[in-house]
Design a protein around this ligand. Structure first.
Ligand code: PPS
Length: 295
């Protein structure tokens, strides 16, 4: 049975999480007023969003770096399209930091004339698929399936929150000349977090002391984030969104190449065929295994 509509809400062709949607907000998002100093993290789901939210929050808030102000990272860098935080996310003082999974065609018009900075994080889509499969089984607001083959079909049909991975990255990339955008790869962040923090802060024109950089890198490692209640989503999953099982974490493994432990040879070959067809002539490179160079 196709349960897509039970869990997802289709707005102008894009699937959102039904129980989090505010239709009036979505209707107005095109005209959402962008400020010059706004910063957006844009991702397809499961590509490193919370990681980059944490990095940005640490870069911008001294009280986060030195842990004198304890605020959830998802409140410091809230989602544009849900506005579900404890405060009105839109009326915050500048610079406002936002996260978003919006596709290019639904993004606020103001972003499309280089107002605001955008950091687009992308991850190899086989690891995205596996991460998403586990997350769908953990979080009660998404449709669960214990069968990876079912989930892979849904993912490759774009019948998941975020629609087709291929379309998401391609549209943002193809419109890059209209945007003030930095593309960052999850796997590069994993390989060298310090350089990635420096690259992000330089794009944001934020000067950091060596001490600041050390504090950021330390608090943005997987090990640190997994046990940090301000960023590991444990509270939201337990009390607001709900989980289907007591086992499993939002910060699950945080590795490169986990797909190798899950996909069969046939599934992997099928994925490769679709990837090659869809991403033919696409210039960004991907890393599928932490020991490999880009290819
Ligand atoms: S969501 O639901 O779209 O906001 O999810 P998102 O935050 O984009 O992606 C979740 C995956 O990112 C991993 N993650 C990290 N990996 C490495 N280092 C750090 N610090 C880190 N923080 C989050 C997280 O574990 C999810 O990946 P998987 O493969 O499931 O572990």
């Amino acid at each position: 049975m196709d349960n897509t509509d039970t869990y997802l809400f289709n707005f102008k062709g894009f699937y959102f999480v039904r129980s989090l949607v505010n239709v009036d907000l979505l209707k107005n998002i095109d005209d959402f007023e962008i400020r010059d100093d706004d910063v957006f993290i844009i991702t397809y789901p499961k590509s490193g969003t919370i990681w980059t939210q944490q990095i940005l929050s640490l870069i911008y808030f001294e009280g986060h770096r030195n842990r004198t102000e304890i605020v959830d990272t998802s409140d410091r860098v809230p989602f544009l399209e849900y506005n579900i935080g404890k405060v009105d996310n839109y009326r915050r003082p500048s610079p406002r930091l936002f996260a978003s999974h919006l596709p290019y065609y639904l993004a606020p018009k103001g972003l499309k004339n280089k107002k605001a900075k955008i950091i687009y994080i992308y991850r190899n889509p086989k690891d995205v698929l596996i991460s998403y499969f586990h997350f769908s089984n953990l979080m009660a607001l998404l449709e669960a399936t214990d069968n990876l083959e079912h989930f892979m079909k849904r993912f490759l049909d774009g019948k998941v929150y975020g629609n087709l991975w291929f379309d998401h990255i391609r549209a943002w990339y193809e419109h890059r000349s209209e945007l003030n955008i930095l593309f960052m790869m999850y796997e590069e962040m994993k390989k060298d977090l310090r350089s990635s923090v420096l690259k992000i802060s330089s794009f944001l024109e934020k000067e950091l002391s060596d001490e600041d950089v050390e504090a950021i890198v330390k608090q943005a490692t997987f090990q640190n984030m997994k046990f940090d209640p301000q960023v590991n989503y444990q509270h939201l999953l337990k009390h607001e969104w709900g989980t289907r099982t007591n086992e499993g974490d939002f910060l699950r493994k945080g590795t490169v190449g986990d797909w190798k432990h899950h996909l069969t040879v046939e599934q992997n070959e099928r994925f490769d065929r679709i990837f090659q067809k869809k991403m033919k002539d696409f210039p960004l490179k991907f890393i599928w295994d932490i020991n490999e160079e880009e290819n």
